[in-house]
Design a binder for this molecule. Structure first.
Ligand code: IPE
Ligand code: IPE
Ligand code: MG
Length: 251
């Protein structure tokens, strides 16, 4: 059914193809609520959420979006019940095993944002392998934020830069916004143009705080497992109506 939906929407309707956001970031929220509404365990929401992500990735690729960044697991999400955390770790691993071939065939370049060192070692191996196996791909950049927290990321950048200064490899006066950005997990991507958050919460939940200084924010009540290509097209159409002033233009 999902595949059918994607193939019927080969173009983003109501959108200007010339003004597509280059980089879309998504806070995929609402899996637990989706499951609860259906009387299912929370993990079923995560399972269905993975299908949605697959569909949205393919849609973004077909529509010519350069980069999709998905928030899959935050540094704070370790505080959830261990059964849920364990399920998510297994789900990530299973997905990488199952989907890698297709990602390769579809020209997806996958990268991961976050500190992968506390993840199960078998998952870390699959992460490294999938990045290496897709590094030549150019159809779309797909960033998955796992064990990602923006504050931790920013502190890590400060530490890395401080080490360089201590070693005499960098002068404090050389530290500027551009240099700082190069130390972030997102050093390979431009800042997101559009942030979509499903599940209705109007907050950033520690996601890409530095990178989203001027990102356009779109919040939708739809729970992530119910999000689809049509709603993505609506989010893009809303983005295209915005006047991005970057603090410079006066109206
Ligand atoms: C988002 O859905 C997925 C993760 C955080 C891993 P939630 O699990 O937060 O779902 P809700 O917000 O409780 O409905
Ligand atoms: C944000 O959702 C994290 C991910 C989608 C991975 P949360 O459900 O963790 O955020 P809060 O708790 O509502 O802020
Ligand atoms: Mg949530």
């Amino acid at each position: 059914m999902t595949t059918q939906l994607v193939s019927t929407i080969s173009k983003p309707t109501n959108c200007d193809r010339q003004k597509l956001p280059q980089h879309i970031a998504i806070i995929m929220d609402g899996n637990g609520r989706w499951a609860r509404k259906k009387g299912l365990p929370r993990i079923e929401g995560h399972r269905q959420g993975a299908n949605t992500l697959k569909e949205i990735l393919r849609t973004c690729k077909n529509w010519g979006i350069d980069t999709l960044t998905a928030y899959a697991f935050s540094t704070e999400n370790w505080g959830r019940p261990s059964t849920e955390v364990g399920f998510l770790m297994n789900l990530f691993e299973r997905l990488l095993r199952k989907e890698l071939q297709e990602l390769k065939e579809e020209g997806v370049r996958i990268r991961f944002l976050g500190d992968i060192s506390p993840l199960p070692s078998s998952l870390q191996q699959k992460i490294s392998y999938s990045m290496a196996e897709t590094r030549q791909n150019q159809a779309i950049n797909f960033n998955v934020a796992i064990n990602y927290g923006s504050r931790k990321e920013i502190v890590k950048v400060c530490r890395d830069i401080a080490k360089k200064v201590a070693l005499g490899e960098l002068y404090p006066d050389e530290i500027n916004e551009n240099l700082f950005s190069q130390y972030l997990y997102t050093s390979n991507s431009p800042d997101p143009d559009l942030l979509i958050r499903t599940g209705g919460e109007m907050r950033l939940s520690n996601f890409l705080l530095w990178q989203m200084a001027y990102t356009e924010i779109y919040v939708i009540d739809t729970l992530w497992p119910d999000f689809d290509a049509q709603q993505l097209a609506k989010a893009i159409a809303s983005y295209q109506k915005r006047d991005r002033r970057f603090g410079k233009k006066v109206s």
